[in-house]
Write a protein that binds this ligand. Structure first.
Ligand SMILES: Nc1nc2c([nH]c(=O)n2[C@H]2C[C@H](O)[C@@H](COP(=O)(O)OP(=O)(O)OP(=O)(O)O)O2)c(=O)[nH]1
Length: 157
């Protein structure tokens, strides 16, 4: 089994592989907002709002993938000291199964990075925005994110 795959049970009872994905909940210095990105057209789940992140490489650890994805997408540098695992969950989309590993990331983005209330543009052209934890329910996330969003809104972190 490749390093980025988790075995799950398929509909036919045979094991199937889930794609490991890391997500970064980047917390604003005031600790009341986190950074969201909008998925561009032409990709899986286009148009949904998401936590920055992406697929874990075949020979890559979760933390290394987190650091790489956040640097690629936002130009921010995340170290192990800045991040802690919040939860890991599996979800089946019709197109693929994913295992989402969500990290809370604090201390990497200052107010100067993107002022509250302004829309920004990430390194890959994606719309970015600080969103209050209490307003996360107003945003259209991929279905797999529902338990993550619910836990963040309850401030369980
Ligand atoms: N980044 C991200 N992906 C999510 C979230 N929720 C969710 O179900 N996903 C799914 C969508 C995709 O099927 C998968 C992540 O793939 P991706 O397309 O973002 O990965 P990537 O950045 O490595 O993309 P690429 O290099 O292949 O273009 O996880 C989320 O909050 N953030």
């Amino acid at each position: 089994m490749a390093a980025n795959e988790t075995l799950q049970e398929g509909v036919d009872g045979m094991p199937k592989e889930a794609l490991d994905v890391v997500l970064a909940v980047i917390v604003h210095p005031g600790r009341r907002h986190c950074l969201l990105s909008k998925r561009p057209e032409g990709v899986h789940l286009a148009g949904h709002w998401e936590f920055p992140g992406g697929k874990v490489g075949l020979t890559e650890g979760l933390q290394a993938a987190l650091t790489r994805e956040v640097r690629e997408e936002l130009g921010l540098v995340v170290s192990t000291a800045d991040s802690r695992l919040f939860n890991s969950l599996n979800h089946s989309y019709p197109e693929r199964d994913v295992c989402l590993h969500t990290y809370l990331v604090e201390g990497v983005a200052s107010e100067a990075y993107l002022p509250l209330g302004e829309d920004g543009v990430g390194s890959e052209g994606q719309l970015t925005r600080w969103v209050a934890f209490s307003r996360l329910g107003d945003y259209d996330f991929p279905a797999a994110n529902a338990p993550i969003v619910a836990a963040l809104k309850r401030n369980r972190w």
